[in-house]
Structure formats: C-alpha cells, structure tokens
Design a protein around this ligand. Structure first.
Ligand code: NOJ
Length: 562
C-alpha cells in the first residue's frame, strides 16, 4: 500500500468513526443529558396572591429556568388532594387541585415549556391514594363492594389487634381499623393514605390509564413515588425487629422484609415501561436502596424498567469527604446504567445546610454542584439550591405544618424547613407572593435571591448557570468515561471525564484548607501539556499546569486538557 493509500484509508476510517459518534448521539434518548429540576408547586411562585404557589406561577418562571439551563422539571403532586401529606394523598389523578390552578393551566405550562425546550414530569403517587379518592370511598363502603379488593383489607389478629406488626413510616401501626365493616386497611404512610392492592389487575389497568391520560396531554414522564412499596407479602407475616430499637416516633424499628421491595413490583414496572415507551417518556424512581445490587434491579434486567432510578446511596454520603464520595462514585461506575444523583429534595434537608460548615457554605454549594453536574449520570436539582437556599426548620412545635414534624418534635422537626418559598428578590416575601406565604421565607432571602444573584458574576446562581452550560456543551462531560485520579488523597477528589481523546479534569477540594495536588496523568494513559480552565470557584490562572494544581479551601476546578 502506498503512503497515499494509507492516508486515504485512515481518513475514511476517521470519517466513519465521527459518523458513528454522531449517530450514537442522535440516537440518544432525550433524557440522557438532561438536567432535571424539582419544583414543589406550593412554594415556587404565587401568581394569584393567596400565599400558595401555583401552576401559572411556574409558567411565569419558565424564562428563568430556560436561562438557567434546565431541561425538564419534575412537579411534586399538584392533583386534587385533601393535603394531609401536601399532595401525596391524591383524590383524583386526572385533575389539578384548585389551590394550584386548573387543567387549562397545566396545558399552558406544558405548551410554554415545550416552546423553551423544557419538559414536564409529574409525580405519580402509585402506592396509595387519599382516603377521599372515589376508589377508596367505594372500597370502604362494604365488604362486597367491587372495589373492596382495590385496597388491602384484613381481619385483625384479635380484638383491637391489627393483622400484623408492620409500622407506618409516619408513626404508629400501619393498619387502621374501619368500624363499619370491622376490618383493618393497610397504610404505609398516614392513615389518610391507604395502600392500593397492585395484585388486583383492575388497579394496574386504572393506574396505567392515568399514565396514558397525562402522556396524551403532553407530559414527558413520571417520577414514581414510593415505588419500592407496591407489594406486600400475601401472608402478611410479621417483620423481624431490629435489636429492641425504637425510632423518632417511639415505634419499634423493623427489617421491612415483608412490605418493601417485593419482587412482584418489577413486573408492574416492566409493563408500565411499555406504556411509557409508547410516548417516549421517562420513568424516574424514588428508589431507596442500601446496595447497588438492589438498585440495579430497578433498571430491569434488559434495561426494561426505570430509566432513572435515584441512587439515594449518593445522597446518603452525608459528609464532605473525598474518600467517601470517591468510593460511592467508584461503586456506581461498576455498572453501566445511568446513575441518578440528588443532594436534597422536598423530604430531606437542603445541601447548603447539610454540608455547610457555617463559614464556607457558598464555596461548598459550588463544590457540590461541581461534583454532581460533572459526573456521568443525571442530576436532579431541587428548586432554590442554585441560589444557596438553606433549611429553615420551624422554631416551635406550634409552627410545624408537616404532621410528622408535630409527631416527631423535637427529634424530627418534619419537612417544612426544606419547603420554604423560593427567593426571587429582596422585596417583601422574597417576591414569592404579595401576601404572607403558607410557610415562612428564610431569613437570608435579601442576600440569597435570584434577582440579586443574577447581577453578581461570582454568585452561586451564576456559577450553576455557567456549570450547566459547560456540561451541556462539552462532549467529555456529556459522554466521557470516569477516570479516578489520586485515589489515596484524603482531601481532594480528582477525576477525568474522557471521551474520544477529549479530556476534562475535575478537582474538588473537600477540605477547609488549601492544598496543592500533584497529578500523574501519563500513568492513566493521558497525554496533556496544559489545561484551559472551563470554570473554577476561586481565582486561578486561565491556563494551568497539568502536573501541579493549587486548590483553595473547598475550591472547585474544572479544566479542559490540551
Ligand atoms: C415520598 C414523598 O417524597 C413524600 O413526600 C411523601 O410523604 C411519601 N412518599 C408518601 O407519598
């Protein structure tokens, strides 16, 4: 072969390779590179000044979300509900609670989102309904009602004794006695949230119809609430107790082997996935698991269940520790399924407070963002984290609105603290509403709000925006494999995302002191002469060394290798 022929062959090979890469990208599902953003509708924006956020309020803020770079928003439940559990007790799956608006408002949100490239994901409360749902009202009306078996009804073990020892996550026994029919019904959460009986095919059909109904209206997927809970042991065996321990509500701690994670639920997920695939939808799972092996099951053996089961083990790391995060990421990287990362949500304290040390919280907020927005996987942000919102727990028991906070006080103050109104500006009520909001605005809102932070190039908000933009446009951050560096470093987490010869270096100092780190990239097969900063949370030269990097306390550094 002549040198010319060799060159031609090489050229054709490269063209083919590029084409293959382009095709693979074109074939990527829409959610693969999306940044998701969770909105608690009650607390996002109040358009009609009644103190509660609403759907039109969210529509008014879509321009902001587009500016930030969000691709999809997950709305926590906005369906009609008696609001015992602030919407997670649904009384009608095919409508909108009047506090939050109308179906027409939802249609408008979906349409306006579409114009801006923002998809809408709903929260599908699949495990239970409200006790005010027509299905349950019928079910409880008599033992022979055709819907009796849509819920889990049983005789007690004896007089005043529930069928077994299961406890509710929200305190007390997981069974409620219904005097008219003298049977007990099962509720893993509040008594006002009876569990559906997914062993009954009519329940499955009815719930799948709900999914189709919303897909036809234009939503792009669902986050499946409490999806680990769908099935219970048919014999209702007692759960084993854990060492005579009791929880914040004084109930025994159990190993919930007979009412969580039963294998039957995977059949439901496979069938729901088929429904969802007809509409190119995505299914996100509230999948609390202890191990990767348990989590893997939710992807399905052939990737035929949830595309995005949340990895709460990442969430549970709980301390700013390079070794702890390194270990967690390495574990997730042993599996090719798309990891899903969250730092906080409407049930859990905000990361600003959870990981903050009280002195460097802003730096730490940027550091955490730099971690989960540069990892392989899907980040799900929680509204307000991009401006550094902190947790604002109620000060007294009388102030608590979340029933579990009243019950668990003072050990468990409930979830009001992470559900405070979004901080839009420095005016009254943080621009959330013209009237007193349902839940108090956090005291720091004059400093931490969208309007103020937009004007400051060094704000947490602008850092997030720049980071999301880098993530969206850099092939290595989109598709690169994860390569761990300096794996023995106790303070600094460093890694490369590497894709088709393009490498991005990420260095995150998880300690409160400055460190200079040395890198040995050739040992990882990476040849680079210099680096160009894409984003850093501290002042550093635009071009840097690839051997030695000076990191400030809690600093984040993201650079393209050249
Ligand atoms: C999980 C939800 O995230 C939480 O807010 C709710 O209380 C329970 N599921 C019950 O639906």
């Amino acid at each position: 072969m002549t040198p010319r022929q060799i060159l031609t062959l090489l050229f054709s090979f490269l063209v083919c390779l590029n084409l293959a890469v382009a095709q693979e990208k074109a074939g990527q599902p829409w959610w693969r590179h999306a940044v998701f953003y969770e909105i608690y509708p009650r607390s996002f924006a109040d358009s009609n000044n009644d103190g509660l956020g609403d759907i039109p309020g969210i529509t008014l803020k879509l321009d902001y979300l587009q500016w930030l770079g969000v691709d999809a928003i997950w709305l926590t439940p906005m369906f009609p509900s008696p609001q015992v559990d602030f919407g997670y007790d649904v009384s009608d799956y095919e409508n909108v609670d009047s506090h939050y608006g109308t179906l027409a408002d939802m249609d408008q949100l979906i349409a306006e989102g579409k114009k801006r490239g923002i998809r809408i994901i709903l929260d599908f409360v699949v495990n239970h309904t409200s006790d005010q749902h027509d299905w349950f009202i019928e079910s409880r009306s008599s033992k022979t009602n055709p819907k009796r078996d849509w819920y889990i009804w049983r005789e007690g073990k004896g007089a005043d004794q529930p069928p077994n020892n299961w406890v509710s996550l929200f305190g007390g026994p997981a069974w409620a006695f219904d005097p008219p029919t003298r049977q007990w019904y099962y509720h893993y959460f509040y008594p006002a949230q009876p569990d559906l009986n997914w062993r009954n095919p009519e329940v499955e059909n009815a719930m799948f119809d709900v999914a189709r109904w919303w897909y036809r209206r234009g939503v792009a997927g669902f986050r499946l609430d409490a999806v680990t809970n769908l099935f219970e042991d048919p014999q209702l065996r007692d759960n084993p107790l854990v060492d005579h321990k009791s929880n914040a509500y004084g109930d025994p701690v159990e190993r919930e082997v007979y009412n969580l994670e039963l294998p039957e639920l995977h059949g439901v997920l496979q069938r729901l996935r088929k429904v969802s695939d007809e509409y190119d939808g995505v299914l996100i799972g509230e999948t609390w698991t202890d191990t990767l092996d348990q989590l893997k099951l939710y992807y399905g053996q052939h990737g035929n269940e949830l595309q995005l089961p949340i990895d709460f083990r990442f969430f549970a790391v709980g301390k700013l520790s390079a070794p702890a995060f390194r270990k967690q990421i390495a574990d997730a990287e042993t599996f090719e399924g798309q990891p899903v990362y969250v730092f906080s949500n409407h049930d859990e304290p905000r990361q600003y407070t959870k990981y903050g040390d009280g002195r460097h919280n802003d730096q730490i907020a940027k550091l955490l963002a730099s971690l989960y927005l540069t990892l392989r996987g899907t980040p799900i942000m929680y509204y307000g984290e991009e401006i550094g919102m902190e947790n604002n727990d109620p000060k007294t028991r009388e102030d608590v609105q979340d029933p579990i906070g009243k019950l668990g006080w003072p050990v468990d103050k409930g979830r009001d603290g992470e559900r405070t109104p979004m901080q839009w500006n420095a005016q009254a009520n943080a621009g959330f509403s013209h009237v007193k909001p349902w839940n108090p605005v956090d005291a720091l809102f004059r400093q931490y709000n969208v309007e103020t932070e937009r004007q400051n190039p060094n704000s947490i908000l602008n850092y997030y925006r720049n980071l999301i933009s880098v993530r969206h446009t850099n092939p290595a951050l989109l598709d690169g494999k994860y390569v761990a560096l300096n794996e023995d470093d106790p303070n600094v987490l460093a890694y490369i995302r590497s894709y088709a010869g393009k490498n991005v270096l990420i260095v995150l100092n998880m300690s409160g002191s400055a460190h200079t780190i040395k890198l040995d990239l050739p040992s990882k097969g990476i040849a680079a002469k210099s680096s160009k900063i894409l984003l850093a949370s501290f002042r550093t030269p635009r071009h840097g060394s690839v051997n030695t990097i000076h990191m400030e306390a809690f600093g984040a550094y993201i650079a393209a290798l050249e």
